[in-house]
Write a new protein. Structure first.
Length: 363
């Protein structure tokens, strides 16, 4: 399908590469982790499409097959790109799935543009609510010293930094949880990113405070996280995000690393399909023991290739308040006995090679 052009003013158009399965099913939009691309969802797209969903992935600006401008990597700009994409494809009743830094885009999108087009959201290995450890955020899992060290290592040798990051990305409890070939494939996606985009996005996901944004999430929410995530630890991210969103559901994948959607696709996909089935009124094929339904035939459709975003500061954006003075949202999803309690998806530890723990961050 044609790529989407994100407009941010004169001479600031950015082409975003999109892959869309088409079909008439409910749309599910997948946002990739830093510093990979939409191709990182290869284990999810066919499964979701076979279950009857329309699946859309895209490469964030600066990454993969999208344009690589020198600027525009704040969460405000990235969220504006997401808004442009959703408007261009006229997506409604949408489920947003954001991995790692993609979770921040979900939170900022909902607080900025509202949930008129969004039915439900999934935070996967998310950087929310706030990574950097400060006096105002003592529970942040990323110290300023570690953040500075990671930046220095990236500047010194980008390839060596990516190599180390992809080991950490797939390591949990001291073991690499994927094959060498899978790790190398992910490393290849890293190298498609521009240096400017990688550096700027590192600063964005490390320094952005999403606590106010999470307070405004009022749609059904699933949080999936690897129990052994060494990049964005469970206790400093997923558990805090779960506590910040009343009625949310937390699924923890045993022995799961940061890239658990790649290392543990069966467990990840099962949790995602069950969530979608519950909230979208479908019967989960996994629950019934029936084979997955045949995928919808791809249907020809006319997609706009350009859309002008004339409202970078939309009127629907509620005024932000200072941390510590967050008003409750108008509607909140109440906790009810109908939703399952937070649970852990357990699995035997997969064989893998051990490595020394080395704390830097991958998002």
């Amino acid at each position: 399908m044609p790529d989407v052009i994100a407009h941010h003013g004169l001479l600031k158009d950015t082409r975003l590469h999109i892959d869309d399965t088409g079909g008439t099913g409910r749309p599910v939009l997948l946002m990739h982790p830093w510093p990979l691309s939409g191709q990182a969802w290869s284990a999810q797209v066919p499964v979701l499409h076979a279950a009857g969903y329309r699946v859309i992935t895209y490469d964030r600006r600066g990454f993969g097959r999208s344009d690589k401008p020198l600027t525009g990597y704040s969460y405000e700009s990235l969220t504006r790109d997401l808004h442009t994409l959703i408007e261009c494809l006229d997506l409604r009743g949408l489920t947003l799935v954001g991995s790692s830094m993609g979770g921040g885009e979900i939170a900022r999108y909902l607080s900025t543009y509202g949930a008129d087009r969004v039915h439900s959201v999934v935070f996967a290995s998310s950087v929310t609510p706030y990574l950097l450890q400060t006096t105002a955020n003592p529970d942040g899992p990323l110290s300023m010293r570690d953040a500075a060290h990671a930046t220095a290592e990236f500047v010194k040798d980008q390839d060596a930094f990516y190599d180390q990051q992809m080991t950490e990305f797939f390591t949990a409890n001291g073991q690499l949880r994927v094959s060498g070939a899978t790790r190398e494939a992910a490393l290849g996606l890293c190298k498609q990113a521009s240096k400017e985009a990688s550096m700027a996005c590192m600063a964005a996901w490390a320094n952005t405070d999403f606590r106010d944004d999470l307070a405004r999430v009022s749609v059904p929410t699933l949080i999936i996280h690897g129990e052994g995530d060494e990049s964005v630890p469970l206790h400093g991210s997923a558990r805090r995000t779960h506590e910040a969103i009343p009625g949310s559901e937390l699924r923890v994948i045993a022995d799961g690393p940061h890239g658990c959607h790649i290392s543990h696709p069966d467990e990840f996909n099962a949790a995602l399909l069950d969530f979608l089935a519950h909230w979208l009124g479908r019967v989960s094929p996994r629950a019934t023991g029936e084979p997955l339904p045949e995928g919808n035939e791809l249907q020809g459709r006319k997609a706009c290739s350009k859309i002008r975003d004339t409202s970078p500061n939309p009127t629907s954006n509620p005024k932000r308040t200072k941390p510590g003075r967050v008003p409750p949202p108008a509607t909140k999803m109440a906790r009810t006995s109908e939703r399952p309690a937070p649970m852990t998806i357990s699995m035997p530890a997969k064989p893998g090679r051990k490595r020394e723990a080395n704390k830097t961050d991958s998002a």
